[in-house]
Unconditional design. Structure first.
Length: 127
């Protein structure tokens, strides 16, 4: 890999850190979806597109989870609910660097309020 690409990546990462720092100046916690799509058939290797945008790799359809990990932030996933077909979705709770306890406490307080843990998705054979 040429040094110029490494330098570009370093700049992009620094920009991402700055953007997160600005968000955490205003907010204690960020809540983001866990995936861009609801669960799909096991026969589908990965979604070919999402809302007309081609997914060129297996990981592209779930890239929304990269941001917190990329920045080394504490992130926990909690249930967010179900769509009209009963498929589950999760939500990432993300906090400032080093704020692991606050993130975990937020998640622990969130879960009993929603009741999502009491509901389970209906499993379908062959899907």
């Amino acid at each position: 890999m040429p040094a110029s690409r490494v330098a570009e990546a370093a700049i992009a990462r620094a920009d991402w850190y700055r953007a997160l720092h600005e968000l955490f100046e205003r907010y204690d916690i960020l809540a983001l979806p866990t995936a861009q799509v609801f669960p799909f058939s096991k026969d589908v290797h990965w979604p070919g597109d999402i809302d007309g945008r081609e997914m060129d790799t297996y990981h592209r359809w779930m890239e929304v989870v990269i941001g917190g990990s990329f920045a080394g932030l504490p992130v926990v996933n909690v249930p967010a609910g179900f769509d009209t077909q009963g498929r589950p979705m999760g939500m990432q709770i993300m906090g400032r660097f080093g704020d692991d306890r606050r993130v975990l406490e937020f998640a622990q307080a969130y879960e009993p309020v929603t009741g999502h843990l009491e509901r389970r998705p209906r499993l379908v054979d062959g899907v």
